[in-house]
Each structure stands twice: as structure tokens, then as C-alpha cells.
Design a protein around this ligand. Structure first.
Ligand SMILES: Nc1nc2c(c(=O)[nH]1)N[C@H]1C(S)=C(S)[C@@H](COP(=O)(O)OP(=O)(O)OC[C@H]3O[C@@H](n4cnc5c(N)ncnc54)[C@H](O)[C@@H]3O)O[C@H]1N2
Ligand code: MOO
Length: 405
């Protein structure tokens, strides 16, 4: 096996390679009905073809009036008509008149203020308005939220429900979004037995399959799980090359460290290209990244918590980049609730629990269970606490980056 690929990278160097590779391999865009774009990455600019609100309208159920009529104090106005939400009736409020109006109904010409119905007294078609009404009250102005021609969304942003709804409010029914990467997921190892089948001595149940499939699904993808790879280099090569010919991304877990059965790095070296192998991070140090055929190849280390940490950092970053996501994932900082003493030089992602305190700060409680086989401990935690490179003695109250999960 060659040794001219980058290895023992810092986390930032590895992340930069992932970013650069993803940028070169941007997935194509597709045009979809907005109902199918939730969670997608936008691949166009969205410019408002109409204002929002499209017309001046009432914010409350009540009476549209001319404020000049009540400027001197309370008065009684003549009810001149009704304007409900739906169709604009071309009504006009003359001096001394008012029009009954509902929330969302267009403001009749002449009116500039809405008085809520709870404060008026109705006497037939005479409406008694109290004193103290504020001019322009309860009117929502056309274009107040979005003006015509505003750029409301940009390429690289995530289509959240509120953003998709915004495009709907502007009358846009289709959007150009990045294609979703297709992902093939493999677990590896002769020791793996699916849950539901009793273990023989030396065997363990395959948990990484559920972990990876779940992480990918939670990120909005529809991954495909392949049969578990045996510890046999010929069969591994044929199965992985098969997958690489029909998926955008192939993710394996296991068989990337130094053992006799860790065939995957050599295989990628022979049949594809290694962008890097081994990153100075913990857990996840033996992580492997490259190309196989036309697919991006991510070889995650087999320990369950290593799978978790490498997916949450580098894997997700790759998938975001392939979709052209430019909007960063939200960053959080917290104060440590217990010290962390780190002797090694790698960046560490310590599992922990976040607590929202009374004084408005986030506190991170690092988990004492640091072994990368401690899946249950990771499952009971809810964040990765980032401990930077180098030996570190972090004290209670120190500020750390955290990645909630
Ligand atoms: N001599 C060295 N040994 C190890 C090194 C090293 O650098 N030199 N690195 C260690 C680190 S760090 C990690 S992480 C692991 C990664 O090993 P592999 O990626 O080769 O993974 P495996 O050996 O196949 O498995 C590791 C561990 O995880 C369990 N496993 C694997 N797949 C699954 C699964 N689908 N579900 C549940 N558990 C799984 C497997 O049984 C092993 O216990 O290597 C260290 N060793
Ligand atoms: O880096 Mo390994 O991923 O510590 O367990």
C-alpha cells in the first residue's frame, strides 16, 4: 500500500479537505414542488414577485374607521358596510362612517385605523367608539414583511418549514434545490450478528447499522443499508465497488485501523483514491476519506461512539457540502460544569449533557464514560463537548464549543 496520502491531519485540515472535495462534487439541482422541498438546500435565489402582505389589511376583528373622526375623543359612527376576508368589495369609509371588518380583510378606502370589536358599543347601525384610539392601530401594511423584489432566500440556505411557507406566501409553487445524496451504508466484521439472533461466543450485535441509518435519516436522507461486509478483502472490494457505481456516497464503519482484518484503507488505495486516512481527533482517529469510482467514500472507525463523532463532524459536513449548503450549522457555547483534563494532543469530542441554567447560560456536564465503545453512555448524553488540540486542563466555568445532538 502506498503512503503518499495525507495522514495524521489536524481536524481542521481534514475538514478543509472534506469541504474542498464536496465543493468539486456538488450534486445537480432539481426543480421540485415546494411540498417536497422541506429540509432541502436551496439552489436558487428567491425574489419576491409580490409584496407580503399583498395589501393593507386588518389585524383584528372590529371596525375600520378614519382616525380623524375620533381624534377629539369618543364618538358614534354610522355603520356603512361589511368587509370580510376574501374578496375586496371596493368599499369606502366617508367621514362619520365605519365599516365592520374581520382579521385579514382588506382595508376599505378612506379608513386608516381598526378599532377592535370588544371596545365598541353597537346600537343598531350606530357604533359608539371610545376615546383613546391610536392612529393606524391594528392595520397591517402591504409590503411590511417583504417588499416586491426583495431577495428573501439565497442559494445554500436550508429550507425550513417557515422558509418553505414564506415562498408559499409569495405564490411560488416550485423551487430549485440541490439533489439529495444517495448513500450506501455498510457495517463490517465477522463478529457482527443482527439483533434478534442469539450471539455465539465472540460475536456482538450490529448496532452501528441502526446508528448510521438513523443519523442519516435524521438529516433528511434515505440511506440504503447493504449486507454486512465479511472480513474478506475480495468480497469487500466487489461489494464496495458495486455500491460505489450507483450511490453518491459510500459509508462504511469498521476495518480502518491497524488490525490484520482492517482491509478497507488498502482497498481504497488500490481501487480508488485516499484523500486522507487518520485524523488527530478522539474518538475517530482512524477515519478514512476518499473516492471510489464516482462515489465519495467515508470509512468511519468501528467503535460506535467513533461512528457517532466522525459522522456528526466530518460525515455531516461532507453531505452538507455536496448539497451546496453554505448556511453554517448553528454553533453553541457552554460553560463546563466539571473539569476536563486531557493529556493527549488530539481534538477531543467528549460526550456530555447540556443544562439550561436559571441565569441564561448553557452548562455542559462532561460524561465520565469516555471510552468509544460506550454507546449507551453516548445515548444518554446530548452533546459533544469540543476540547481543542493539545494537552488541556479545563476548569469548571471554562467556555467550550458544544455540538448538541
Ligand atoms: N493497534 C491499533 N489498534 C487500534 C487503533 C490503532 O490505531 N492501532 N485504533 C483504535 C481506534 S482509535 C479505533 S476507533 C478502532 C477502530 O477500529 P476499526 O475501524 O478498524 O474497527 P473494528 O476493528 O472493525 O471495530 C472496532 C470496534 O468496534 C466494534 N464494532 C465494529 N463494527 C460494529 C458494529 N457494526 N456494531 C457494533 N460494534 C461494532 C468492533 O467489534 C470493535 O470492538 O481501532 C482501535 N484499535
Ligand atoms: O479514536 Mo478511537 O475512535 O478512540 O476509539
Amino acid at each position: 500500500m502506498r503512503d503518499d496520502f495525507p495522514t495524521q491531519l489536524t481536524f481542521d485540515e481534514a475538514q478543509a479537505i472534506v469541504d474542498a472535495t464536496a465543493a468539486e462534487d456538488r450534486l445537480p439541482a432539481e426543480r421540485l414542488a415546494i411540498a417536497r422541498t422541506q429540509g432541502r438546500i436551496l439552489a436558487q435565489e428567491v425574489v419576491a414577485p409580490i409584496p407580503q402582505p399583498p395589501f393593507d389589511n386588518s389585524a383584528m376583528d372590529g371596525y375600520a374607521i378614519r382616525h380623524a373622526d375620533v381624534a377629539e375623543g369618543g364618538t358614534t359612527l354610522q355603520l356603512a358596510g361589511e368587509q370580510f376576508a376574501g374578496r375586496a368589495l371596493d368599499l369606502r369609509v366617508e367621514p362619520g362612517q365605519c365599516i365592520r371588518i374581520t382579521t385579514g380583510a382588506p382595508m376599505p378606502a378612506g379608513a386608516d385605523t381598526v378599532v377592535v370589536r370588544e371596545v365598541v358599543r353597537v346600537e343598531g347601525d350606530r357604533i359608539a367608539i371610545p376615546a383613546g384610539i391610536r392612529a393606524q392601530a391594528n392595520v397591517r401594511r402591504a409590503g411590511e414583511d417583504v417588499r416586491i423584489g426583495d431577495c428573501v432566500l439565497s442559494p445554500g440556505q436550508v429550507l425550513t418549514p417557515a422558509r418553505v411557507a414564506t415562498t408559499a406566501s409569495l405564490g411560488i409553487d416550485q423551487l430549485t434545490v440541490s439533489a439529495r445524496p444517495t448513500v450506501a451504508v455498510f457495517t463490517t466484521g465477522d463478529e457482527l450478528i443482527p439483533p434478534g439472533i442469539p450471539l455465539e461466543p465472540g460475536q456482538i450485535h450490529d448496532s452501528n447499522r441502526e446508528l448510521l441509518m438513523g443519523l442519516l435519516r435524521a438529516d433528511g436522507l434515505e440511506p440504503t443499508a447493504w449486507p454486512t461486509l465479511p472480513d474478506d478483502p475480495v468480497r469487500i472490494a466487489s461489494m464496495l465497488r458495486d455500491a460505489a457505481s450507483s450511490f453518491d456516497v459510500v459509508i462504511t464503519c469498521g476495518a480502518v485501523s491497524a488490525g490484520e482484518k482492517d482491509h478497507i484503507p488498502a482497498l481504497l488505495d488500490t481501487h480508488g483514491r485516499i484523500h486522507f486516512w487518520k485524523v488527530r481527533m478522539k474518538p475517530g482517529m482512524p477515519v478514512l476519506f476518499g473516492d471510489l469510482g464516482t462515489a465519495r467514500f467515508l470509512g468511519l472507525p468501528g467503535n460506535p461512539v467513533s461512528v457517532f463523532a466522525t459522522y456528526a463532524t466530518l460525515g455531516r459536513r461532507l453531505l452538507d457540502g455536496l448539497q451546496g449548503r453554505t448556511e453554517p450549522r448553528r454553533a453553541f457555547r457552554a460553560r463546563l460544569a466539571a473539569p476536563i483534563d486531557k493529556a493527549h494532543a488530539r481534538r477531543e469530542f467528549v460526550r456530555g449533557r447540556l443544562e439550561a441554567t436559571e441565569d441564561g447560560t448553557l452548562r455542559a456536564h462532561p460524561d465520565a464514560a469516555t471510552g468509544s465503545h460506550r454507546l449507551h453512555a453516548a445515548a444518554m448524553a446530548d452533546a459533544l463537548i469540543v476540547v481543542p488540540e493539545g494537552p488541556r486542563q479545563l476548569s469548571i466555568g471554562d467556555v467550550v464549543d458544544v455540538l448538541p445532538y
